[in-house]
Each structure stands twice: as structure tokens, then as C-alpha cells.
Ligand binder design. Structure first.
Ligand code: GLU
Length: 516
């Protein structure tokens, strides 16, 4: 078998939607699984939709995710250039070939004439008014005009497009790796698509097919929205004489809104407060004004967690296992296990994956996040403690920013005390125990969690108090909160001197409540 070569072929029209990230991921997994090549091709022939900075946004997103490219505009490769705008001559050549062999034609219709045609068809109750095998006979093109006139119009510089001449009756078939056989009747399903625009640039269809052929792409793995274009592409392969080396197609299922009703959109993200883009960016919105948007990176998702989450949106390993490193995904991935049904974008699941990945990291690795938040907040800290703080908290956090947000008490004395806990648990009895505990700690320089616990237990035993009656008050005095990570670990990290100071402060600040 030929070397597997797949491509991700985004159009640089704005930010890369999270669905596009899923597409590039599946291509990448498939390439690596088969020891093949992963190619990035920028499909920038539609100059009206071109957005400055979009290509950079795409490559930055991929590098954040750790998706390595074998060939790309930046990296180059044997089949470049990898930006379609730099390959115009090639498309012109094949448009000409299609014309010469009677599979394409020149069309001179103006925008007004095209509108008039559509209106006419609508009035005649034609369901989908199209320029096609039937209507082209009434239009201004090289099929209806004398050859001389066509020549003269072109020579005089009149604008024209080149359209595909779709046969009236022909079955077009393709065997999609996800959907199985897809069959359409040519003229009913395919209109005479423009292949070359009046600005001399190819449309997506022609450029895409020519490039997939020239770049020796073996598998086209892309979103379901391209499925309706696939029969047209098959026709092009046939007309260009490349049928034998046509890539195999795999159209990926849609990403659906969290409730499963319809396609996931940017608005769903705005509405529910989750990102639908990999990294933050600013691009022109619908009204042309710059629009800033948040990314998964900035929201605190780890790249490997996001990858794991996305891998499951449309694919499953056929086992119960959910946590997969990228290498395990590569090992397990197969197109056969991609489903046809749309995949619900369940952000709760993304959060869960993030938690799992944070949990699995070492305190040392997590400390880098905490350190930068502490620096940003201008808080003093002892470097050595950071991994311990992260280890104490990591079972409970969802995002790296939570280490600072949920762990402030490791670095600052409580300013406030949880009102509810004060009202319920700050009793004379608790104060008495805390007072004794403070005394016991006051002559120690350091303490480990175990000693912190046995010291407290000894006091409780001596005073005949059950631990459950005072535990929350002890926590409250030290952290200001009624719950949190293991208190004895907190005491170990804070060290006796600080704990004593906090207990003293709490006793001074908080008036005792009546025994309950
Ligand atoms: N340029 C198309 C896009 O923006 C590529 C579709 C394909 O992969 O063929 O998605």
C-alpha cells in the first residue's frame, strides 16, 4: 500500500472552530497510526473571505495542542507550496484541460442575469433553482454561443467563469469510510459548479481536488458538511483522469449543541460560557468589527485533556477506557470506529477530563501554574512549598487557576471566616480545644501531618471531646473555611508557627457561639 498521506485543509477565514480541531486531530491520529504523513494546506483562494492572521492562529493552535505537521507552509515539503494562492498556475492548467476535453465551459452571465434565472425558476416552482445540465441551455455560455463570439468576449477582457459540465444522467458513487456507499444522480444533485472565478482564482472544489491529487493524499478526512461536495469531487477525479488514485473519503459526524439539538455554534459557547475555539484571538465579526473570543487554553484546559475529550466526540475505542494519552489514542484509533451520528458537545465531560489530567500530574509540574498566579498576584511564597500545595489541592481542582483561587489560605491568613460554620461550630468547647492545640504546637519548629493529627487526638482524648464536634472549627480557624483538602496536610505545609498565629487570630476575632 502507498504511504498514508492526510491533510488538514482549512480556509484562513477566521478562527479555527473546535470542530476543525477535532478534524485535524483525527487526521493526525490516523497519520501517526499508519506511519504516514500529516500535511497542513492553506486553502486561501477565496480572497474575499481571507482574514489576515488566520493562518497564524491555526498554526499556533496546533502547536499548543502538540499536533505536529510533517509538511506545511512553514515547514515546506516535497509537494509544496502549501498555500493554494501560490499554486494558481496548476489550477489554470487543469481548468483548461477540462474545457479542452468538453467537461467544463466558459460562462459570461452577469450577476443580474443569474438572479433573473433564479427568479424565473422559482416562479416556475422549481425547488432548487440551479445553473445545471438543464438550465445552462438558456444561459450565456460557451455551450450556447458560437465559438467566435466566445473567443472575442474573452479576448476583449469580458469577465467570465469556468463551470463544470455536469452530465445530465449519471450515477456518481463513492464509498465513504464512515458512511458506506453514497450514490447520487448527477444533474439532480450536482449543479454546474464554478471551477474558476472571474478573478482567475479557482474555487475550493477545483483547487481541493487538484491539490489532493498532486500532494498524493490517500485519505480525505473532513467534516460532514463536505459530504454533499464529495460526488462533485468524484466527478472531477474522473474527468481529470485520476480516478485510480482517488483518495478514500471519511466524513466525520457533526458536533452538536450540548442538548443535541442542532449544530454547535459560537453562540452556544457564549450562551453557556464555554469556549468553542482552541486559543483566544481577535478576528472581524459578522459586522466587520474586531471580536475577541476566549479559547480553551485561556480557560485553563490542558492540551492533552482537550485532545482526549475531542477524540471521543465521534469516535470510541470500543472499551470502557476513557483516559488516553496521545500515544494511546494513536494506538487505538481507527476510522472504522468513527460513528455516523452527531456527537453532543458536553462541556461537563471536558471539565472532567481536565480534572483527571490535573490529578495525574506531579506537584512539581503543577507548581509552575501556581507560581505564575502567585507572581501575578504579588504574593510572597516559598518555592519549596508549591509542589506540596498543589499535591494537597489537585484532587479538587478543575483548572490550573484553581490552585491559587482555592488555595489562597496557604499563602494568606484568613480575612473572613465562613459565616455558616462560625454560627454552627465556633463553640466554647472548640475554642478550648484550639487553645490547647495552639499551646502544643507553639514549641515545635516543624510538624508532619501525622504528628499534627496525633497531637490533636491526644488533646481531644484528654479533654474527652469527640473529634466530630470540633473539627470544622479547627479548620475554620486555620483556613477560614468549612471544607477543603486534608487539614493535617495543610498544617504540615503551613508549619506550626503560622498555625499558632492563625489560631490566636481566630480566637481573638470570633466570639463564641452557644453550645448546640
Ligand atoms: N477548505 C475547506 C475547509 O475550510 C477544506 C475542506 C476539505 O477538507 O476538503 O474546511
Amino acid at each position: 500500500m502507498n504511504e498514508v498521506r492526510v491533510r488538514f485543509a482549512p480556509s484562513p477565514t477566521g478562527a479555527l472552530h473546535i470542530g476543525g480541531v477535532r478534524t485535524v486531530l483525527y487526521n493526525y491520529l490516523f497519520a501517526r497510526k499508519n506511519n504516514g504523513k500529516m500535511i497542513l494546506r492553506i486553502e486561501d483562494t477565496d480572497r474575499t473571505r481571507f482574514v489576515e492572521g488566520a493562518e497564524k492562529y491555526i498554526t499556533e493552535s496546533l502547536s499548543w495542542l502538540g499536533i505536529e505537521l510533517d509538511e506545511s507552509p512553514e515547514k515546506g515539503g516535497a509537494y509544496g507550496p502549501y498555500r493554494q494562492s501560490e499554486r494558481s498556475d496548476l489550477y489554470a492548467k487543469y481548468a483548461q484541460k477540462l474545457i479542452d476535453e468538453g467537461n467544463a465551459y466558459y460562462a459570461f452571465d452577469t450577476a443580474e442575469e443569474l438572479d433573473a434565472m433564479r427568479e424565473r425558476l422559482k416562479a416556475a416552482k422549481v425547488a432548487t433553482p440551479q445553473y445545471n445540465a438543464i438550465t445552462r441551455a438558456q444561459m450565456k455560455n460557451s455551450l450556447t454561443m458560437p465559438e467566435e463570439e466566445v473567443k472575442q468576449r474573452i479576448e476583449s477582457g469580458e469577465p467570465y467563469v469556468i463551470r463544470l459540465k455536469v452530465p445530465l444522467k449519471e450515477e456518481v458513487r463513492l464509498n465513504d469510510m464512515v458512511r458506506g456507499w453514497v450514490m447520487v444522480h448527477s444533474a439532480a444533485a450536482i449543479d454546474d459548479k464554478v471551477l474558476m472565478k472571474s478573478d482567475g482564482m479557482p474555487t475550493y472544489h477545483l483547487a481541493n481536488v487538484v491539490d489532493d491529487h498532486y500532494m498524493k493524499i490517500t485519505h480525505v478526512i473532513r467534516g460532514e458538511e463536505w459530504l454533499p461536495s464529495a460526488p462533485l469531487h468524484v466527478l472531477l477525479y474522473k474527468f481529470l483522469g485520476w480516478e485510480d488514485s482517488m483518495p478514500q473519503f471519511a466524513h466525520l459526524p457533526l458536533l452538536l449543541k450540548p442538548d443535541g439539538n442542532g449544530k454547535l455554534s459560537k453562540r452556544d459557547g457564549d450562551k453557556h460560557g464555554f469556549p468553542v475555539f482552541p486559543i483566544e484571538g481577535t478576528f472581524p465579526g459578522k459586522d466587520g468589527n474586531p471580536e475577541k473570543f476566549n479559547g480553551f487554553r485561556e480557560a485553563g484546559y490542558l492540551p492533552d485533556a482537550l485532545i482526549n475529550f475531542l477524540a471521543f466526540l465521534g469516535w470510541n475505542p470500543g472499551t470502557e477506557q476513557e483516559l488516553f494519552s496521545i500515544d494511546e489514542l494513536i494506538e487505538a484509533f481507527s476510522i472504522e470506529r468513527i460513528g455516523k451520528a452527531g456527537a453532543k458537545f458536553d462541556i461537563e465531560k471536558a471539565r472532567w477530563f481536565n480534572q483527571q489530567y490535573i490529578k495525574s500530574k506531579s506537584g512539581e509540574a503543577l507548581a509552575t501554574y501556581l507560581k505564575s498566579d502567585l507572581d501575578a498576584a504579588g504574593v510572597d511564597y516559598n518555592d519549596e512549598k508549591l509542589p506540596k500545595v498543589c499535591n494537597a489541592l489537585k484532587e479538587r481542582v478543575t483548572y490550573p487557576a484553581d490552585f491559587w483561587l482555592d488555595g489562597k489560605f496557604f499563602f494568606q491568613q484568613p480575612e473572613n471566616y465562613d459565616e455558616k460554620v462560625v454560627n454552627k461550630k465556633w463553640t466554647e468547647e472548640a475554642i478550648m480545644i484550639l487553645d490547647a492545640y495552639k499551646d502544643a504546637l507553639s514549641n515545635m519548629d516543624s510538624i508532619d501531618a501525622e504528628t499534627a493529627k496525633s497531637t490533636l487526638n491526644n488533646i481531644l482524648e484528654e479533654k474527652g471531646v469527640k473529634i466530630g464536634r470540633v473539627m470544622q472549627a479547627v479548620r475554620l480557624a486555620i483556613t477560614g473555611q468549612g471544607s477543603g483538602p486534608d487539614l493535617m496536610e495543610i498544617i504540615e505545609i503551613l508549619e506550626p508557627k503560622e498555625v499558632v498565629a492563625r489560631i490566636e487570630k481566630a480566637i481573638k476575632t470570633l466570639p463564641a457561639k452557644q453550645e448546640q
